[in-house]
Design a protein around this ligand. Structure first.
Ligand code: SF4
Length: 402
């Protein structure tokens, strides 16, 4: 990331830290943290059962479910639904980022319209990548954003947030009219109820999920038992991600749109979607669970990266795709293996443990990274300089050049 982007990101993270500091020590937050940690631990221990229940209960509610083992299976599943479209609408989704959905669809000739303001700004900037799971444009200054928008729309706009918002809103709304299919992620999935919970502040997920077909892409790690559990998880996520106690919107989606207003006859496709399709993605998560599953306790609040001294210094070069910082490094080892984990910054972490201190569910990322480093050394996937030192010790009994 450029120096100006790091500065803008640090400014944005500073505001976030201040906002959060006002509520994270509140007794209700502390109690919620305990409850959510228990919910997430239960999910990890009972994942097989939850997957089975989620499939059964979502289908019972009229939702189509596809179990995707790997990224390519999820991509194929999406493409089989969207292949006749020229444009689809999308909301923020880390899982979609994980499988490279937008790039895949654009390569196939399907235009993807990001509807989240931050994501849309990043999408319009060819030099930019998201920098925070909830605030993807945290690294861009208002001046830079105004230039991006001016270039895109061939106008000269002032660095005014309201002007920027209005231009993007108008453009996205015009494009939404042409879309039949909306793709979103999910913040939590209640297996017992067969319901998906999404959280947003802009109202964009409501628009995207009301199109004719709604596709939801979600990792199996987002499964919990009940709607009550799902609400607890997203409430804690909101507190630690934004410093607010509740988001503007929580949408519970349990079936396609339907009505029974005429003689109790069930008719689908009233105002909302005709089809709701949930793609449940494994992509290494079951393997992560076999190895303890600690990194899957994550609720995606991004609290770790706001604190991480390395992330604050180098930004999104540290991490894996939309999983930023040390936790992304750990997750990459299960999704793509040790080489990818090394490339994501396995040896960039200082093992300081600040992310662990600030994690609302107590993931010990520094310990997980330490263990992965041991594995990496065993596989000889190490930094060249470390390799030279190792070779010198073996050869001359000293790390120093003779
Ligand atoms: S332990 Fe590593 S990932 Fe965690 S805050 Fe420190 S440098 Fe960042």
């Amino acid at each position: 990331m450029k120096k100006s982007e790091i500065e803008a990101m640090n400014k944005s993270f500073g505001i976030l830290r201040e906002r959060k500091a006002r509520i994270i020590d509140d007794e209700r937050t502390i109690q919620l943290q305990k409850r959510v940690k228990g919910i997430r631990e239960y999910s990890i221990k009972n994942m097989d059962v939850l997957v089975e229940k989620a499939v059964k209960n979502l289908e019972k509610n009229g939702v189509e479910v596809i179990l995707a083992e790997k990224s390519e299976n999820a991509l194929d599943a999406v493409y089989s639904i969207v292949k006749d479209e020229s444009m689809i609408a999308k909301s923020k989704s880390n899982t979609a980022g994980e499988i490279g959905l937008s790039e895949f669809l654009e390569d196939k000739g399907v235009q993807v319209v990001e509807t989240d303001l931050g994501d849309r700004i990043v999408q319009l900037d060819p030099d930019s990548k998201p920098s925070h799971p909830i605030g993807p444009a945290s690294h861009l200054r208002m001046d830079d954003i105004a230039k991006i928008i001016s270039n895109e729309f061939n106008i000269d706009i002032k660095p005014d947030p309201r002007v920027i918002l209005d231009i993007i809103k108008e453009d996205v709304l015009l494009k939404l009219i042409k879309c039949n299919i909306g793709i979103t992620g999910a913040n939590s999935v209640a297996a017992d109820d067969g319901s998906v919970l999404t959280v947003h502040n802009e109202g964009n997920i409501s628009l995207v999920s009301m199109l004719d077909i709604h596709i939801i892409i979600v990792g199996i790690d987002k499964l919990v038992e009940t709607i009550e559990d799902a609400v607890s998880v997203v409430k804690l996520e909101t507190i630690f991600a934004s410093g607010k106690t509740v988001p503007a919107y929580m949408n519970v989606i349990s079936s396609p749109s339907k009505t029974a207003d005429i003689e109790q006859i069930i008719l689908n496709n009233m105002y909302g979607p005709r089809r709701v399709v949930v793609i449940l993605l494994n992509n290494g998560r079951m393997q992560a669970i076999k190895e303890g599953g600690e990194c899957l306790l994550c609720i995606d609040c991004g609290s770790c990266i706001v604190t991480c001294p390395i992330y604050n210094e180098i930004g999104n070069e540290f991490g894996y795709k939309r999983y930023f910082g040390g936790r992304g490094v750990v997750l990459s080892s299960f999704i793509e293996g040790n080489e990818s984990c090394f490339d994501s910054g396995l040896f960039t972490c200082t093992l300081c443990g600040l992310c662990t201190d600030k994690c609302p569910v107590g993931i010990k990322t520094n310990n997980l990274i330490k263990n992965l480093r041991n594995d990496s050394v065993d596989l000889n996937i190490i930094i060249d300089e470390h390799k030279s030192i190792k070779d010198r010790i073996k050869k001359d009994g000293s790390p120093f050049k003779q």
